[in-house]
Design a protein around this ligand. Structure first.
Ligand code: ATP
Length: 235
C-alpha cells in the first residue's frame, strides 16, 4: 500500500533522512521505532507532503505522491495524527471532528463517519460541546484520532500516540488502534518511542537510526532480539 524508496530529507545543513526505504502492505499494523532525533516525525511529515524530500520516491496506493500537495494526499485516503495531537483547543469537540471532514462533500458519508468515530470513542460523543483544550491528554488523543478518521482514511499514520498520556488511557488508545485496523481494515503506521507497546500491537517493525532503517522484522521476533532489547526495550 505504501512504498518509500531512498528518501532523503534535510533541514538546511542537517540531514534528517538519508536513504530511507521501506514498504507497508495493505491491512497491516507496522511500527517505526527509534530514539530521539532518529527521523520518525520527519518520515511521517514527508509522506504526508508537509516536507519535501531532496531525493527519493513515495508511492501510495499505486500512485506516486512524492510531489503531491498534502490536501490531495489526505483526499486519497492517507490520514495523519501528528505528534502533540495539534487539536484546535478553542474549538469544541464537534467542531474539531467537522474539521477532519472538510474535504468530504457527501453529507451522508460525514454523518456515517461521525457515528463510526462515536462507536470507537463513545467518550467523544459525551463531550461534543466541550472545548477541546479542556479535555484530558488521553481524550485529546482520542479526538486527534477521531478527527483523522472523519476523513475516511484507508491508511492512518500515528505519531507517538502514547506521549503525555496517563498509563491507564494508553492501553485504551492502543486497543482502539487495533480495533480500527481489525474491524475497519485501515492500514496503520505507528511511530512510537515506547517500543514495547509498539511491538505488542504491530505485526512488523522497522527500526530507524540516524535517518535510515537499521533493523527490521516481525515484531514478535524483534521483541527477543538482543540488540533491540539492549537499546530500545529496557534491557
Ligand atoms: P523525536 O522522537 O525526538 O521527535 P524523531 O525520531 O521524530 O525524534 P525528527 O523529529 O524527525 O526525529 O528529527 C530528525 C532530525 O532532524 C533530528 O536531528 C532533528 O534535530 C532534526 N530536525 C527536525 N526538525 C527540524 C527542524 N525543523 N529544523 C532543523 N532540524 C530539524
Amino acid at each position: 500500500m505504501l512504498q518509500v524508496t531512498d528518501l532523503q530529507v534535510s533541514y538546511g545543513a542537517i540531514t534528517a533522512l538519508s536513504g530511507l526505504s521501506f514498504q507497508i502492505p495493505a491491512g497491516a499494523i507496522v511500527t517505526l521505532i527509534g530514539g530521539n532525533g532518529a527521523g520518525k516525525t520527519t518520515t511521517l511529515r514527508t509522506i504526508s507532503g508537509l516536507l519535501r524530500p531532496k531525493a527519493g520516491r513515495i508511492v501510495f496506493d499505486e500512485e506516486d505522491i512524492t510531489a503531491t500537495p498534502s490536501h490531495r494526499i489526505v483526499a486519497r485516503g492517507l490520514g495523519h495524527v501528528p505528534e502533540g495531537r495539534m487539536i484546535f483547543s478553542n474549538l469544541t469537540v464537534a467542531e474539531n471532528l467537522a474539521m477532519g471532514a472538510y474535504l468530504l462533500h457527501d453529507t451522508d458519508l460525514v454523518q456515517k463517519n461521525r457515528e463510526y468515530v462515536f462507536g470507537v470513542f463513545p467518550r467523544l460523543k459525551e463531550r461534543l460541546k466541550q472545548m477541546a483544550g479542556t479535555l484530558s491528554g488521553g481524550e485529546q488523543q482520542m479526538l486527534a484520532i477521531g478527527r483523522a478518521l472523519m476523513g475516511s482514511p484507508k491508511f492512518l499514520m500515528l505519531d507517538e500516540p502514547s506521549l503525555g498520556i496517563a498509563p491507564r488511557l494508553i492501553s485504551t488508545i492502543f486497543e482502539k488502534i487495533v480495533e480500527i485496523n481489525r474491524e475497519h481494515g485501515i492500514t496503520i503506521l505507528l511511530v512510537e518511542q515506547n517500543a514495547n507497546l509498539a511491538l505488542d500491537v504491530s505485526s512488523y517493525a522497522f527500526v530507524l537510526e540516524t535517518g535510515r532503517i537499521a533493523m527490521q522484522g516481525e515484531s514478535k521476533h524483534l521483541r527477543t532480539d538482543p540488540r533491540l532489547k539492549a537499546t530500545y526495550l529496557g534491557g
